[in-house]
Design a protein around this ligand. Structure first.
Ligand SMILES: Cc1cc2nc3c(=O)[nH]c(=O)nc-3n(C[C@H](O)[C@H](O)[C@H](O)COP(=O)(O)OP(=O)(O)OC[C@H]3O[C@@H](n4cnc5c(N)ncnc54)[C@H](O)[C@@H]3O)c2cc1C
Ligand SMILES: NC(=O)c1ccc[n+]([C@@H]2O[C@H](COP(=O)([O-])OP(=O)(O)OC[C@H]3O[C@@H](n4cnc5c(N)ncnc54)[C@H](O)[C@@H]3O)[C@@H](O)[C@H]2O)c1
Length: 469
């Protein structure tokens, strides 16, 4: 079969195939659940667990506000089914839509794609059999998957099947675990530790280093780590020496840390030790597409690989494994496929990110450590949520906003927020950086609704010294 365009991956890749492609012969290949990670096992289900977890956590801590309240035992199955009944339906409808009458020019192939030669591909169909195809152009949007760490006693075969899970399977488990061990100190670990702790599980989190979220600004990471230590059992500077599934009784985790050797028994073990691109599944050398040291597909500023006509996007190629980045790159690729003589470039200048944990964390631009390491001159403005009326209302004692700016121009270099609704509160700073607005202009050139949370941003901006240039 020959196609004008083949898209591999139905996550962000699915958004490529708009109405402009109705008169072309196109194929969409997907090996897993239609709609990709964000819909089926990523952003959407996790945040749908995080929101009720935020509510439960707020109730548990409401006594500081003078409110006596408790959370009844959480009905995990009800929560889980509310979330997945919606996402599974969206996934099924997406697949039906692509298979249906509205797209007679589209071949929906369910199976694993791999290159067999230059611009030729085989798809091993899930239902059995194989389809061989060629195409003028390809979009590779095959995403990534969890890394399974090398731990003595951990057989990859058992991951997802009972007691050992990754983010791919943990949200669909039959019941809420009474005890969970989470390995890793990044985004996924932080978000699930919050969810399970808020729902009443006994959480033990194991990290190799001394700080959680170590790529974040040090002040934020330290504040968050201290907050977590007071909330659940955090084992820092600790190695996992082995695991042993216990017969029908969960799992035993062997640890070695500053306190010596220890064991922790749990009903469930969650591996949250990073993700890797799926580039190894595509047999890329057959078509000449290259990958870098992190196994990410190499693309230029147009999202094109070294092979003309083969584009890549999202977690497969991007240094930012974030859905808003994959969406942006997909828009760039779609434009460039449609306007080969007037292509646009990807803008990765100011990529924001948020960790939906408690307290929420959001960041954009340089951390203070990066500014120092890169020899970038900077000044800092920092203000606590507790110094604003909205912070008083919440009795907030941990949150703050911190901004870094160029001392001469007053242009923002970075922003870091930890506290209530940080992911929303930071947005004016993403805007300011994207449009080249100066810190003092942002602070004083507009009204800030009183008494609302973004006043912490206004105050942090005003805490910056006046630019000298
Ligand atoms: C638990 C979790 C929470 C997250 N939360 C957030 C968040 O809050 N905010 C945020 O911005 N990002 C979040 N992310 C990251 C976000 O989900 C990803 O960045 C985004 O989904 C990547 O989109 P993509 O299109 O590149 O890949 P995907 O959505 O992963 O799509 C790739 C698709 O390709 C398919 N595929 C792979 N190989 C092949 C092959 N050989 N043949 C055919 N099909 C193939 C896969 O089955 C998959 O469906 C989260 C991720 C996880 C795991
Ligand atoms: N809110 C969001 O935007 C969001 C949420 C979840 C995931 N994501 C994306 O998914 C990516 C993957 O998330 P993640 O949390 O798995 O990765 P991560 O890179 O954020 O964190 C991985 C953690 O695992 C630790 N680790 C790695 N190997 C280990 C080992 N062998 N033993 C013990 N610890 C080990 C690392 O030190 C680190 O603390 C993120 O980087 C992010 O881009 C985003």
């Amino acid at each position: 079969m020959h196609f004008d365009l083949v898209v591999v991956g139905s996550g962000s890749g699915n958004t490529i195939l708009g109405r402009e492609f109705r008169d072309q012969r196109v194929a969409l290949v997907e090996s897993g659940a239609f709609g990709g990670t964000c819909l089926n096992a990523g952003c959407i289900p996790t945040k749908s667990f995080v929101y009720p977890a935020d509510l439960a956590d707020a109730v548990t801590r409401a006594d500081r506000l003078g409110l006596k309240a408790t959370v009844a035992p959480v009905d995990w199955a009800v929560l889980r089914d509310r979330i997945f009944s919606r996402t599974d339906e969206i996934s099924a409808h997406g697949l039906e839509y692509r298979q249906g009458d509205k797209w007679p020019n589209l071949e929906m192939l369910t199976g694993i794609a791999r290159f067999t030669g230059v611009k030729s591909m085989a798809v091993d169909l899930t239902a059995g059999g194989r389809v061989d195809l060629t195409a003028d152009r390809f979009v590779l949007a095959a995403g990534g998957r969890p890394v399974i760490p090398d731990i003595p006693g951990l057989d990859e075969e058992i991951v997802g099947e009972g007691v050992v899970h990754t983010s791919d399977t943990i949200m669909r488990i039959a019941q809420r675990p009474d005890r969970i061990v989470i390995i890793g100190g990044g985004y996924i670990a932080a978000e699930f530790a919050h969810v399970f702790d808020a729902f009443g599980s006994r959480v033990t989190q194991v990290v190799r280093g001394s700080r959680l979220l170590r790529h974040h600004d040090e002040d934020v990471a330290t504040t968050f780590t201290d907050h977590v230590r007071a909330r659940y059992d955090l084992r820092r500077d600790t190695e996992i020496c082995g695991i042993k599934p216990l017969d029908g009784q969960g799992v035993r985790v062997f640890l070695e840390g500053p306190y010596g050797e220890a064991t922790v028994d749990a009903d469930v073990l969650l591996l949250a030790t990073g993700r890797r691109p799926n580039s190894d599944l595509l047999n890329l050398p057959a078509t000449g597409v290259t990958v870098n040291e992190q196994s990410r597909v190499v693309v230029d500023e147009y999202q094109e690989t070294v092979v003309p006509g083969i584009y890549a996007l999202g977690d497969l190629s991007s240094p930012y494994a974030l859905k808003h980045v994959a969406n942006h790159e997909a828009r760039v690729v779609r434009h460039n496929l449609n306007h080969p003589d007037d292509r646009i470039t990807t803008d990765h200048r100011f990529v924001p990110a948020a960790v939906f944990t408690e307290p929420q964390i959001a960041a954009v631009g340089l951390t203070e450590q990066q500014a120092r390491e890169q020899g970038v001159e900077y000044v800092v403005g920092r203000r606590d949520y507790g110094g604003t009326a909205a912070g008083w209302a919440r009795e907030d004692t941990t949150g703050f906003a911190k901004v870094l700016a160029d001392p001469r121009t007053g242009l923002l270099l970075g922003a870091h927020v930890i506290g209530p609704e940080a992911a929303t509160v930071i947005q004016p700073l993403v805007q300011a950086m994207s449009f080249g607005q100066r810190a003092h202009d942002v602070a004083r050139g507009q009204y800030w609704i009183h008494p609302a949370l973004p006043e912490v941003i206004e105050n942090a901006l005003l805490a910056l010294p006046r630019p000298t240039g």
